[in-house]
Design a protein around this ligand. Structure first.
Ligand SMILES: [Fe+2]
Length: 260
């Protein structure tokens, strides 16, 4: 693909966002948050891509995947008024379908279209699919890293904001109580990603976010995680019990090990 393709895609994406404009301020705020998230994810794609010394064409593909990864959020919210996939649809799948239906990638060769579509489709899947081509898996892993890095940013903004300024959708409406679920902490001890279905409190959700480090793929992503101090900042908002302290040392050790 060429630089001009990316310029066109950016234009198409902002036109697409504008087509969902809502007079309802809460709805519009949710759309704006997704547009802002997209900008940050594109930056993360470029940052990780540079760290991996991708060639010019791969960098353009990476940025395009960042740009379109959450395109499904717009029709999802317009139809279901929620970003919860479990009560609506997979927004990755919907995004891939949207790109195909709207023929948005038409100017690109077929193999590049496939890379972008599959990366959008699987960016939010519980795990990376095993049966894809290596090149596609490479980009699926890349978008998953770039996306997680920005979700940590969003969640911390929520955590660090005064109560009255919090966008309620970010905390998933979970009770902000001192408790956490032992099984959730046990996932971290086993270096497993916490499943959303086990989450009962806001602290569980913070532990789930921490467990994402086990699904991070590339060293430049681990470096960005450290630079931005996301782990310590999330841990600071958890009760400092012995269990949490042990989990946090384990997580930090995992990051150090991944950078070696
Ligand atoms: Fe997403």
């Amino acid at each position: 693909m060429k630089q001009n393709d990316l310029i066109l895609f950016k234009q198409q994406f902002s036109d697409f966002c504008r087509s969902f404009h809502s007079v309802n301020s809460e709805d519009q705020r949710n759309f704006d948050l997704k547009e802002e998230h997209t900008r940050h994810v594109c930056e993360n794609m470029v940052g990780i891509g540079r760290g991996l010394s991708l060639n010019a064409n791969q960098m353009l593909l990476a940025e395009t995947i960042g740009l379109f990864h959450d395109i499904g959020r717009f029709p999802q919210y317009a139809k279901y008024k929620t970003f919860r996939d479990s009560t609506s649809v997979s927004h990755g799948l919907l995004g891939a379908d949207t790109l195909i239906e709207k023929k948005m990638l038409q100017t690109l060769p077929g193999d590049e279209q496939e890379i972008i579509i599959q990366s959008v489709k699987f960016h939010n899947a519980f795990a990376v699919p095993k049966k894809e081509k290596d090149e596609i898996i490479f980009f699926i892993r890349l978008i998953r890293d770039a996306d997680k890095l920005d979700i940590w940013r969003i969640f911390l903004e929520y955590d660090e904001a005064p109560d009255e300024d919090r966008a309620s959708a970010v905390g998933l409406g979970l009770p902000d109580v001192p408790e956490y679920t032992e099984e959730v902490l046990a996932n971290i001890f086993k270096e497993e990603i916490v499943s959303l279905s086990n989450i009962k409190t806001l602290n569980d959700f913070k532990l789930l976010q921490l467990s994402w480090v086990f699904d991070l793929n590339y060293k430049p992503a681990f470096r960005l995680l450290l630079e931005r101090d996301y782990l310590n900042r999330i841990i600071a908002h958890l009760p400092q019990t012995d269990g949490i302290k042990t989990a946090s040392s384990l997580l930090k050790e995992f990051v150090q090990k991944s950078l070696r």
